[in-house]
Design a protein around this ligand. Sequence first.
Ligand code: NDP
Length: 246
Amino acid sequence: LLPLQDKVALVTGGSRGIGAATALRLAREGADVAITYVRDKDAAEDVVRRVEALGRRGLALRADAADATEAPGAVGRTVDAFGRLDVLVNNAGAGLLGPLDTLSPADVDRLLHVNVRGTFLASQAAAARLGHGGRIITIGSCMTQRVPGPGGTLYATGKSALTGLTKALARELGDRGITANIVHPGPIDTDMNPADGPYAADQAALTAAGRFGTADEVASMVAYLAGAEAAYVTGAEFAVDGGHAA
Ligand code: NDP
């Protein structure tokens, strides 16, 4: 029996990067997987095809994490399609970096709507549907542990809120056998943060490993937290950051 056999997972922002790697990893471990996306339908459908090639059911949902109806709505649509929900991975996130004096109120709203409100509302909707053994796994950031330079004020604000959300969810849902944990990636080679980008060498130098991580290296931690072996792990933070916080 595979670790996630007969489980259903929803991965927000699952068409590329860490979310896509996570969706595929959970499918390899036996889960049926729904993903959300906003812009790139082709990429989302490609992930679904790869999930199906692994023998699992896949589903691509266009659902903007910034939208107060669509973010929780993706949870209901997953349950409608697959009959249940066992694992929510809150991965969708905006990467709005920049000097403090350049950030407008609209930037603040946008970042907090995607990274915080969307995660809150999806978690709330999932909590209403998860059964015993349910999992809420949120993708935070190494910037919640250590902000290595200027420009991260807004991003670190939003991501740090997710640590509070995670700990409070663990307390709220613990007596139902549901865990909530947060994974903090370091610099990970994705479209959002390419390993050949202009700031890549500086980021790699801030890690103990001296390199970027891969989306699969984050997905592997998410898969562990999703499984039955992690039943006693809740309200906790996990850095997958190459030692960025060390
Ligand atoms: P990518 O930009 O590579 O992928 C983002 C994914 O999220 C895509 O599938 C995108 O699909 C989807 N997405 C974007 N906006 C929304 C939205 N409003 N609603 C729903 N889906 C959305 O990002 P990463 O894989 O790098 O990042 C994933 C998570 O990891 C984010 O929360 C990010 O903050 C976090 N993180 C990343 C780090 C890194 O170095 N890469 C480091 C630390 C944290 P589409 O474009 O089609 O809408």
